[in-house]
Design a protein around this ligand. Structure first.
Ligand SMILES: [Zn+2]
Length: 264
């Protein structure tokens, strides 16, 4: 049995990016640990928020439920505040992840690495797929925490395969799906870069086709995030499976071409 630790910026990021691998690893008997850097304070406020209930409380409960379904054995929160999108005034909140000293955040994560002792550590690609400031910060903090941990865990970075998404996007357009949520991977994202990583720079393609049904359940736990999550869940089953049956990772330090494989 190995331990694998996934680090995410906000609750629900695990659903779209790494839930297939989390479920698969747990099914195979590995210990799956998830760390959320922030509480997702600036996500959507659902209509059914109870009086006194905060978005972060709702999202924490959703993340806990999603973790149970995914078979996550350890769930941790670094305790920072969602920084919001680039340029928002929330970027400057004193507790925002963006305002935190990256070294201090890396030390918090390194302490979790020391206690959980993962064999595999998973962060985000260099621009966090689409440039959300908290995602970029996850990339930086995970890299640094891995160094502080003596580079013991093998380090991977979750990304999206821009070429695959482009193929799916075109298929959806050809199939008459309006604009496939405007999810054009070549459009500049928040940081001005296109989505994710080109296939030529990805090392590992993980088959999670057997986990698609449970993955839907995991994503459905994050129902408060209507724009991000319900749009995916509303895809026809075929389109959902095409999008979420594989996951893509960059292995830090590797220049190998993409291969179907697994972490263990
Ligand atoms: Zn996020």
């Amino acid at each position: 049995m190995s331990t694998i630790m996934f680090v995410h910026a906000h609750p629900d990021d695990e659903g779209t990016l790494t839930a297939g691998a989390m479920i698969r690893a747990a099914e195979e008997g590995h210990r799956v640990v998830v760390v959320f850097a922030t509480g997702g304070e600036h996500g959507e406020a659902p209509d059914d928020l109870r009086p006194g209930e905060t978005v972060a409380q709702r999202r924490r409960a959703e993340a806990e439920q999603a973790a149970r379904i995914a078979g996550v054995a350890g769930l941790h929160w670094l305790g920072y505040r969602d920084s919001g999108m680039a340029g928002w005034e929330q970027n400057h909140h004193p507790r925002a992840f963006l305002q935190a000293d990256p070294e201090e955040a890396a030390e918090r994560l390194a302490a979790l690495i020391a206690s959980e002792r993962p064999d595999v550590l998973v962060g985000y690609d260099w621009h966090g797929n689409y440039g959300h400031p908290d995602h970029i910060r996850v990339h930086q903090v995970v890299r640094r925490a891995a160094e502080l941990a003596g580079n013991r865990p093998r380090l991977f970075e979750a990304t999206m395969n821009r070429d695959l998404v482009r193929r799916l996007y075109r298929t959806a357009l050809d199939g008459g799906i309006e604009d496939a949520q405007g999810f054009d991977p070549d459009r500049p994202m928040n940081d001005g870069n296109p989505l994710g990583t080109p296939e030529a720079e990805i090392n590992l393609q993980v088959d999670v086709s057997a986990q698609v049904a449970r993955r839907r359940e995991v994503m459905a736990c994050h129902a408060s995030q209507v724009t991000d999550i319900q749009a995916w869940l509303s895809l026809p089953a075929e389109g959902y499976a095409a999008m979420f049956s594989t996951e893509h990772y960059v292995e830090v330090g590797s220049s190998d071409p993409i291969r179907p494989g697994w972490f263990f």
